[in-house]
Ligand binder design. Structure first.
Ligand code: PPS
Length: 337
């Protein structure tokens, strides 16, 4: 049976919620838990696997996040192009604020410019965040599944851009990311094989993968004005076309032919993997607030098909079969070599 999440009317003003930490601690004791790839725990709440802070943030956000019609939500399955889509969205939407050579993206990691709202709520346990520092339209990130988004997002006119990635590359990317973090913390990690088994059983952050992706896929078919559904592979193949599409979807299209070509080129270059991974801001070892990962950890290879270097034929076959079963009849598919 579904556990109820109290999502009473969002508060527009600041407020303090002293009891939520205790409530979540108590809740955690009742939830199924499983080891994540890095040896920490994931908790299953209403069928979805969360890390502690994302669970706290999800509940708090559902209660308190007052979405505005102008808000833009970059929603993603983890390790599917979040950092890239945050950068592109920011660069497109705020392009008239300053010249590209002075863009905040050159000096600030996209995760700081476009905060995960659930992490902001987790970090501001005693004072609900006001997000006053964000430009309008405000841009937020989230890993929350469509069915669990705050009502204020679903019921307002704010727009959602969603990105996912083929589950084989997503798994490899996620495994290396968590392995790196676990290595830095020296916690006990699961092997690639053990982690793969978890993924096949749906146990991974924000998973099961299939439900998350299908939730946004179906919602985008029902409401194409509100939700733009993207795949990492398509974005990689033709970034220019998708920058144009994103700008149109977000209500800030490029006005004339000249601007279109020049500005799109600038945005693609600014947000490219090669550029972003070399920026000083993405090299230092400084952790991003609330995320506990180094800036550089978000830029590993940035390729499509790296799974072929890591998965055995039987592993990839198993995931491909699962993908066909799960997506059957939905009209959704990922091209795999
Ligand atoms: N600009 C740009 N272009 C193309 N690819 C990029 C870019 N930035 C990050 N990446 C690659 O995306 C992977 C990380 O995924 P996320 O950004 O979704 O991670 S997170 O969920 O925000 O933690 C991770 O993929 P892998 O390299 O396969 O591990 C990153 O390298």
């Amino acid at each position: 049976m579904e556990k109820a999440i109290n999502s009473s009317q969002p508060k527009a003003s600041h407020g303090v919620e002293n009891n939520l930490s205790d409530e979540v601690e108590e809740l955690l004791l009742t939830l199924p838990r499983e080891k994540n790839f890095d040896g920490t725990y994931l908790y299953q709440f209403n069928g979805v696997w969360y890390r502690h802070k994302f669970l706290y943030g999800m509940i708090s956000t559902r209660r308190h996040f007052p979405a505005r019609d102008s808000d833009i939500i970059v929603s993603t399955f983890p390790k599917s192009g979040t950092t890239w889509l945050k950068a592109l969205t920011y660069a497109i939407v705020h392009r008239s604020r300053c010249a590209f050579e002075h863009s905040p993206l050159l000096t600030t990691n996209p995760h700081e410019l476009v905060p995960f709202f659930e992490i902001s709520y987790y970090l501001n346990k005693n004072d609900i965040p006001s997000f006053e520092h964000l430009y309008t339209p405000r841009i937020f990130g989230t890993h929350i599944p469509y069915s669990t988004l705050p009502d204020s997002i679903v019921n307002s006119n704010c727009r959602i851009v969603y990105i996912c990635r083929n589950p084989l590359d997503q798994f490899i990317s996620h495994w290396y990311f968590l392995l790196k973090q676990a290595h830095d913390k020296e916690s006990e990690t699961l092997s690639l094989e053990e982690s793969f088994e978890k993924v096949c059983n749906g146990v991974l952050e924000a998973g099961p993968f299939w439900e998350h992706v299908l939730g946004y896929w179906k919602a985008s078919l029902d409401n194409s004005h509100k939700i733009l559904f993207l795949k990492y592979e398509d974005l990689k193949e033709d970034t220019h076309s998708y920058v144009k599409k994103l700008a149109e979807f977000l209500g800030c299209p490029f006005s004339n032919v000249e601007e279109k070509e020049r500005v799109i080129e600038e945005i693609v270059k600014l947000c490219s993997f090669e550029n972003m991974k070399d920026l000083e801001v993405n090299k230092p070892s400084r952790n991003i607030p609330g995320i506990k990962a180094k800036n550089s950890d978000f830029f590993r290879k940035g390729e499509v098909g790296d799974w072929t270097n890591h998965l055995t034929p039987s592993m990839s076959e198993r995931l491909k079969i699962l993908m066909e079963e799960k997506f059957s009849g939905s009209g959704l598919a990922f091209k795999l070599s």
